[in-house]
Design a protein around this ligand. Structure first.
Ligand code: HEC
Ligand code: HEC
Length: 484
């Protein structure tokens, strides 16, 4: 039904204009406007500029002559209603940044001194490793050629715009979060050090005590003494000995001692704790991955200082309208900062209690809240730079944006149709993989809790799908290049 789709798209544009004129919206409502109004059959003249396409084939949707000015006005109204604005330039002290930059690439922060933050979050791209699942403590090399073991539980997220103050949740399951009182909820509970500058600083404490990411296993025979300071597998129950030992290492290193002194003038070295290192890591990330509003194509367009390919503009209207992406990907981060179960196919070792189940699984937000409704729910990811952050989803199960979008358009269909490769692997390591054929009960469990928004498939023509992908392509600038 291309004609009705076209009418809906145009109606959506018109409503966006009206909406922006009346000041409504407030972010998050963009995706819900089109369908009910279209069903009412009013505003017949909304389709005037499209009359030629009304009875042609599906490809005509992209060829139809919507006046360019209408398209621009409609899309800019949607961008404004959804709060798509240039990120604020982070204010970062130069000495703190310099310390953070060196810390981020330093293997001193890992138990066996082989792994740095940058081993997984490459500093030359959007902060990703190009792998479906990260490779932890015993890995070698840097992205994009990192290999070895162990394959860890999730896909390495991009770090774009992590310094923006409105970000409330970190990790795919949001287990590090900003509390209403300005404090932080984390797996370490009240064992968090004082003086953390923001939620990104709080997050930085956790790779350091993760046995698979940077610390290493408890094993008195393997020469990694730092990992043996605490015998509990869950180091977050007693993290201080590890954090203290790491600070001792840094203070004993002449270069870091000098950088710490420069970043914290007036603070005695003995008073510097892991919070001082974490704050520097946060400052570095905020500055390095700040998405320049001037060179990001969509932000420049929204501000009226740049243009976009026509296909991307049409795709933008789909994103905020009929394809209902902005129901969740909205606001300055292109994320509602909520958790949703999209029934993403399962691969990898799983996480938390789910790792111990047969087959292993990742229960996402449920591990933090214990709520049944949160099983398999994950944080809506930000989409800035998304074309450079493959593979996609919390477990990196999809290699391309087309696969991701097709999954969103019909989540149940895609989940059921997904088939594990014959030999599922990440960088040469065999990994568990479940599909609806080899794990029907798991898929039934996931699909029983599928996000309500995802239950009705959205039907797009191939041209519309291509337009939507063209829109995803412009959520980037030229400064953060792909990992390969
Ligand atoms: C072994 C690979 C690896 C290393 C090393 C690593 N990370 Fe990560 N990082 C990940 C993965 C995977 C996740 C997602 C984990 C999850 O959701 O449970 C993540 C999550 C994050 C996040 C949250 C991103 C978001 O949007 O939720 C930040 C910030 C981050 N890491 C920064 C760091 C810093 C700082 C270091 C060094 C102290 C570091 N990482 C070390 C792989 C790694
Ligand atoms: C119901 C909320 C919701 C809606 C609607 C939605 N998304 Fe998502 N999106 C998510 C969540 C949650 C994830 C992560 C799921 C996971 O990994 O389990 C995600 C993941 C993605 C990713 C992968 C990003 C990455 O870094 O891995 C892309 C791209 C994306 N969505 C684009 C879209 C597009 C395009 C649409 C519209 C067709 C859309 N989304 C509609 C919630 C939503």
């Amino acid at each position: 039904m291309p004609a009705s789709r076209l009418r809906i798209a145009l109606l959506s544009s018109l409503l966006a204009l009206l909406c922006s004129a009346c000041g409504g919206g407030g972010g998050g409502g963009g995706g819900g406007l089109a369908l009910p109004a279209a069903a009412s059959g009013t505003t017949a003249d909304a389709g005037t500029s499209s009359a030629t396409a009304a009875d042609t084939t599906t490809t005509a949707v992209s060829d139809q002559p919507v006046a360019a000015v209408d398209l621009d006005a409609a899309l800019r109204a949607q961008l404004s209603a959804n709060g798509i604005v240039a990120p604020a330039r982070p204010v970062v002290d130069a000495a703190l940044f310099a310390l953070g930059q060196n810390l981020f690439s330093s293997t001193l922060l890992s138990g066996n001194q082989k792994v740095a933050c940058a081993s997984c979050h490459a500093t030359g791209n959007a902060g990703v490793d190009g792998l479906a699942l990260g490779i932890g403590v015993d890995g070698t090399g840097s992205p994009p050629t990192r290999s070895g073991t162990p394959v860890i539980h999730r896909n390495t997220p991009a770090l774009v715009n992590h310094g923006q103050g409105n970000r409330r949740f970190l990790f795919w399951d949001g287990r590090v979060a900003v509390r209403a009182d300005g404090g932080f909820d984390t797996p370490a509970g009240n064992r968090l050090p004082a003086g953390l500058r923001d939620v990104t600083a709080a997050q930085a404490l956790f790779p350091l005590i993760s046995r698979t990411e940077m610390l290493g296993a408890y094993d008195p025979a393997d020469g990694n003494a730092l990992a043996d300071l605490v015998s509990d597998d869950a180091v977050e129950h007693n993290p201080q000995p590890v954090w203290d030992a790491l600070m001792q290492r840094l203070r004993a290193n002449a270069g870091f001692a000098a950088q710490l002194a420069a970043a914290y003038p007036g603070m005695a070295p003995a008073d510097m704790g892991i919070a001082q290192a974490a704050n520097a890591l946060s400052a570095f990330q905020a500055q390095r991955w700040y998405e320049l509003g001037s060179s990001n194509r969509l932000i420049a367009y929204a501000a009226g200082t740049g243009d976009l390919p026509e296909a991307a503009k049409r795709g933008g209207l789909l994103f905020f309208g009929q394809a209902r992406c902005a129901g969740c990907h909205t606001g300055p981060l292109l994320s509602d900062q909520q958790f949703h179960n999209l029934a993403v196919p399962q691969q990898g070792p799983g996480f938390g209690s789910g790792a111990a189940q047969t087959p292993p699984r990742d229960l996402g937000r449920y591990e933090t809240t214990g709520l049944d409704a949160d099983r398999y729910a994950f944080l809506t990811p930000s989409l800035w730079e998304v074309k450079n952050t493959f593979p996609y989803m919390h477990d990196g199960v999809y290699a391309t944006l087309e696969q991701v979008v097709r999954h969103h358009l019909d989540a149940a269909g895609a989940a059921n149709a997904f088939r594990c490769p014959a030999t599922p692997s990440v960088a040469g390591n065999a990994v568990p993989c479940q599909d609806s054929q080899n794990a029907p009960a798991l898929y039934a469990d996931m699909l029983a809790r599928l996000a309500p928004e995802m239950r009705t498939p959205v039907v797009l023509t191939d041209t519309e799908l291509a337009d939507l992908l063209a829109f995803l392509d412009v959520l980037a600038d030229g400064n953060n290049t792909a990992v390969r």
